[in-house]
Design a protein around this ligand. Structure first.
Ligand code: ACM
Ligand code: ZN
Length: 498
C-alpha cells in the first residue's frame, strides 16, 4: 500500500497494471532550475530518449493543485509552477517506494490551507545561509510554503540594516552562550538575504521576516542605547529569559527607528507577510518612563498594556500601507479587543479571536523546540487546527536549546511531518500517521535528515519526566535574578529624575 506524507486528498486505483521507471526525462515545464535539479538528483536515473514525465496545463485547477496519472508515461496536470513542484514531491515518494512496481493510479491533490509555515529562530543561534537552504529543502519535501525567519532577538540581531550599522556591528555578537563561555555571533548581509529569498522562491516558498518588537530587543538596545526608556550601556543578552529593557515607545525617535528598519525589510523581503513580534513585553520600564507615560496620557489610554496595543496597531498600519499582512504572537494574551482585527496572529493557544486571521502555532503541538516529553509526536499528530479564521499552520522552532542543524533536525522530525499533513490535508491523527511512521523514517533517511526515534518521539512516562526536568532546570538557572537587580537600579534612577 502506497504511503505518502502529507496525505494527498484523493488516490484512485485505475487498474491492476504496474509500471517501472528506469529512465527519466522531464517534458516542458515551468519549474525553476533548482526544482528540476532537486528532482533529478533525487531519482538518480539516466535520461530517457523521449520525455516520459509530461506536464499538462489545466487552468481549471487552483494555484497549488495538481494531479498525477501513472502509466508508461507519467502525466502531471497543474496550473502553476507550484502545482508542478508539489506533483514532483509526491512522485519522489512514489518512485522511492516502488520504482519497479509503480501502481496504475491517479492522485488528485490540493492543500487545505494556503499558509504552511516553518519558523526558524536565528536570533538565539545563528544559522548559516547553507543551513537555511537545508531548512528550505526540508520544507519542500513537506510541501510547506512559508519560511518564517525570526531575525531579531535579545541574543542577536541577524540582518544588515544600512541606516543603523551598529545593529550588526555590535548587536550580532554575544560574549557567551548559556552552555559554554565561547562568543557566538553572525548575521546575514543584504546579499545573503537575497540568496535565501531567491532560493526559497525557486521552490515556491515565501519568506516572512520577523522584526520582534517592542520586546526581545536587547540586541538593538545594546547597539543604540537610546532605544530604551532609561538609556545606559547594556550588553547583547548572553542568557535566556524575558528581559525588562524593551523599546521605549514614548519617544518619536524609537518609532522612527522602527519605520526605518521596516523600510529596509520591505526592500529585502518582497512577499506579502511580515511578523512584528509583540510577545513577552514586560511593562516595568514603561510604567516608570516619563516619555511612555506622557504618550499614554496623550492617547487617553489607561494602562501600559493598552499602550502596547496602540503601538502594534500603528506598526501594523505602516506595514499595511506597504502592502503587507502583519502578524504578531498571541503569546500570553488574554484579551485582544484593543488590537485591530486585520492584525493577524500566530496563535499559541485556543483563545476566541473571532474573525481575526491567524496561523496555528499551538504551544501544545507546534512548538517543536520543546522536549518530546512536553509535546509527543502523538500530541502533534492529534492536534486539531483552532477554530476560526485559520489561514494555516506553522511549526515553530525556537533555538534556545538548538545550537546546530543536527539538533534542529531531531527536534523538527518527525513532528513536522504531522504539522505538514495538517496544513496540507486539513487533518492528521495518530491513527493515520502511525501507520506511515516506518515509511517516513526511511524517507527521512534517504534524504539525510536526522530525527527522533520512536522511543524518544513518544517517550514513556519516566523518559518524558526526565526530559522535562532537564529542560526546566536549564530554564530556572537563567531567569529572574538579573532582572531583580536591574529593576532596583532603574527604580532608584526614576526617583532621582522625578
Ligand atoms: C514566544 O513563544 N515567545 C512567542
Ligand atoms: Zn519609555
Amino acid at each position: 500500500m502506497l504511503k505518502l506524507i502529507p496525505q494527498p486528498q484523493k488516490i484512485e486505483k485505475l487498474s491492476d497494471e504496474t509500471f517501472s521507471i528506469t529512465t527519466i526525462t522531464l517534458g516542458k515545464n515551468d519549474l525553476s532550475n533548482n526544482a528540476v535539479e532537486d528532482f533529478l538528483s533525487f531519482c538518480s536515473l539516466p535520461a530517457s530518449e523521449t520525455e516520459n514525465i509530461i506536464f499538462i496545463s489545466d487552468c481549471s485547477l487552483c494555484e497549488e493543485e495538481y494531479s498525477i496519472e501513472t502509466g508508461k508515461e507519467i502525466k502531471i496536470l497543474s496550473n502553476s509552477a507550484s502545482g508542478q513542484l508539489y506533483a514532483l514531491q509526491t512522485l519522489k515518494q512514489i518512485i522511492f517506494q516502488c520504482k519497479d512496481n509503480i501502481p496504475h493510479i491517479r492522485i488528485t491533490d490540493k492543500p487545505a490551507y494556503k499558509f504552511r509555515g516553518f519558523m526558524l529562530d536565528v536570533g538565539r543561534y545563528f544559522f548559516s545561509v547553507d543551513d537555511v537552504k537545508k531548512i528550505i529543502n526540508r520544507m519542500v519535501l513537506h510541501k510547506l510554503n512559508v519560511l518564517h525567519l525570526h531575525l531579531t532577538e535579545d541574543q542577536g540581531w541577524r540582518v544588515e540594516i544600512e541606516k543603523y550599522p551598529l545593529l550588526t556591528k555590535i548587536g550580532s555578537e554575544r560574549k557567551k552562550t548559556n552552555f559554554n563561555h565561547k562568543p557566538h555571533g553572525g548575521f546575514y548581509t543584504k546579499q545573503d538575504i537575497k540568496e535565501i529569498v531567491d532560493y526559497a522562491h525557486s521552490f515556491s516558498i515565501k519568506v516572512m521576516p520577523e522584526f520582534d518588537i517592542p520586546g526581545h530587543s536587547r540586541a538593538a538596545i545594546a547597539s543604540y542605547n537610546d532605544l530604551t526608556c532609561f538609556p545606559r550601556p547594556l550588553p547583547v543578552a548572553d542568557h535566556w529569559g524575558v528581559k525588562h529593557d524593551v523599546l521605549c515607545v514614548g519617544k518619536e525617535s524609537t518609532i522612527q527607528f522602527v519605520y526605518d528598519v521596516l523600510d529596509e525589510f520591505f526592500e529585502m523581503f518582497p512577499d506579502e507577510y511580515i511578523h512584528i513580534g509583540g510577545d513577552e513585553v514586560p511593562k516595568h520600564r514603561w510604567d516608570l518612563c516619563p516619555a511612555c507615560n506622557a504618550k499614554r496620557e496623550e492617547l487617553g489610554l489607561k494602562t501600559s498594556d493598552a499602550l502596547q496595543f496602540w503601538f502594534m496597531n500603528q506598526i501594523k498600519d505602516y506595514c499595511k500601507e506597504h502592502g503587507k499582512q502583519a502578524f504578531m504572537w498571541s503569546w500570553e494574551l488574554e484579551d485582544d479587543s484593543l488590537l485591530d482585527t486585520d492584525l493577524g496572529f500566530t496563535k499559541c493557544g485556543d483563545m476566541d479571536t473571532k474573525n481575526r486571521p491567524f496561523i496555528d502555532t499551538s504551544t501544545k503541538a507546534n512548538y517543536i523546540d520543546l522536549p518530546y516529553g512536553y509535546i509527543s509526536l502523538k500530541d502533534t499528530a492529534n492536534h486539531k487546527v483552532y477554530s476560526g479564521n485559520a489561514l494555516g499552520v506553522e511549526a515553530a522552532l525556537w533555538t534556545e536549546y538548538v545550537p546546530h542543524m543536527k539538533k534542529a533536525d531531531i527536534m523538527s522530525f518527525p513532528r513536522t511531518g504531522c504539522i505538514a499533513e495538517t496544513g496540507w490535508n486539513g487533518n492528521c491523527s495518530w491513527d493515520s500517521f502511525s501507520n506511515k511512521l516506518n515509511y517516513y523514517y526511511s524517507y527521512l533517511d534517504k534524504n539525510n535528515i536526522k530525527y527522533a526515534k520512536p522511543n524518544k518521539a513518544n517517550s514513556n512516562k519516566l523518559r518524558a519526566k526526565l526530559s522535562i526536568l532537564l529542560f526546566e532546570r536549564r530554564q530556572l538557572a537563567w531567569e529572574g535574578l538579573h532582572n531583580i537587580f536591574d529593576d532596583k537600579k532603574i527604580e532608584k534612577l526614576a526617583k532621582q529624575n522625578r
